[in-house]
Design a binder for this molecule. Structure first.
Ligand code: PMP
Length: 360
């Protein structure tokens, strides 16, 4: 068995070993086809089957209602920062944003190039270490939607519960928490997420959107930027990222085998608790996110001493615990513990942290 490290990267991130092994078995010939999936025509029967099954499994896992469309697109979550305004800003040419970090900011900047991006609240004053609490009436009715980032990958904060948007459609960037906990899709009008954190390889971005919003989108958008195009052509207007979709499909099947999203949520809560318990009791390591807004997927912490943080990251790396360096803005460390990270991996990290604390 080849060496595997503990990969705490924020994305692309680790994938379930079972999924990698299955893909390895199918590398030369998928299901007796005599081809790797990446060698097949996306118009052929075999890939068509993969595509349909992948969408069906995602629908089952997330319990996506029939009046929602699912798209598998390219361009990353970043393209959605512009595609959402283009398709959804139909009436007021304005949307409300909660500024909770760098990915929220990117969305605000992109939307602002096209129309009005109104920031109703921000947690920039405390380096995005918390989620601002807002009353529903800040979301004035003269806007097309409200945009949030459900899980802030860089700062390790998470929106808990459902935001009251005063009746406006809610758009959420779920790139770093999709499929990690049970949500009611009906609470959102549009959800988007890049795959490379909690799903599969980079290259595919899921968009889940209420059909009525696709129907009311403008007809004159450039084809590739129009949800109508991709919905009408079942995400096959042009060549889709076939291999990434195939791998995402494998992860969906793996999730079903784990017991679905409710079971994953339970495991994720237990896993994150192992790390937060240590952070709450340690004299050296301190958590960076406000207790009530802690993410289950990205855990940020620091010793408060940049030199010590650096030494910790170096020694962790030597011990095959990789990519623990935090983002430049928050400093310190970040352990990304998505669905595919086993609890044993987090326990190993915690035991290493205890050891580091004792020695230093
Ligand atoms: N949104 C969030 C919450 C993210 O974490 C990221 C990636 N780190 C992005 C958007 C950007 O994703 P992409 O690189 O797929 O465009």
């Amino acid at each position: 068995m080849e060496k595997r490290v503990l990969n705490f990267s924020a994305g692309p991130a680790c994938l379930p070993l079972e999924v990698l092994k299955e893909a390895q078995q199918e590398y030369i010939s998928y299901g007796g086809s005599g081809m790797n999936v990446m060698e097949m025509s996306h118009r052929g029967k075999v890939f068509d089957g993969i595509m349909k099954e992948t969408e069906q499994d995602l629908r089952e896992l997330m319990d996506i209602p029939d009046d929602y469309d699912v798209m598998f697109l390219q361009g990353g979550a970043s393209l959605q920062f512009f595609m959402v305004p283009l398709n959804l800003m139909t009436k007021y040419k304005k949307a409300h944003f909660l500024h909770t970090g760098i990915w929220a900011k990117r969305a605000i900047v992109e939307a602002g190039k096209y129309a009005e991006a109104n920031v109703v609240a921000s947690s920039e004053d405390k380096t995005f270490s918390y989620i601002p609490k807002v009353d529903a009436d800040v979301f004035t009715k003269n806007a097309d939607y409200v945009h949030i980032v459900s899980n802030n990958t860089i700062f390790g904060t998470k929106f808990k519960g459902v935001l009251d948007t005063n009746g406006l459609p809610l758009v959420s960037d779920m790139s770093s928490c999709i499929l990690s906990e049970k949500i009611d899709v009906r609470d959102y009008s549009l959800i988007f997420a890049g795959a490379q954190k909690n799903i599969g390889p980079a290259g595919v971005t899921m968009v889940i959107v209420k059909k009525e919003l696709v129907e009311s989108a403008p007809d004159d958008l450039p084809a590739m930027l129009s949800y109508k195009t991709h919905v009408e052509k079942d995400s096959m207007f042009n060549t889709p990222p076939t291999y990434s979709i195939y791998m995402a499909g494998k992860v969906f099947k793996w999730l079903k085998k784990q017991g679905g999203i409710e079971a994953m949520e339970k495991k994720n809560a237990e896993k994150a608790a192992v790390l937060y318990d240590l952070l709450d009791s340690s004299d050296m390591f301190k958590p960076l996110a406000a207790v009530e807004d802690r993410s289950l997927m990205n855990v940020t912490f620091s010793t408060g001493d940049a030199e010590k943080d650096k030494a910790f990251i170096e020694q962790a790396t030597k011990n095959d615990m990789l990519f623990l360096k935090g983002h430049r803005l928050s400093g310190g460390m970040r352990a990304s513990i998505y669905n595919a990270m086993p609890k044993k991996g987090v326990e190993k990290l915690v035991s290493f942290m205890k050891d580091f604390e004792n020695k230093n």
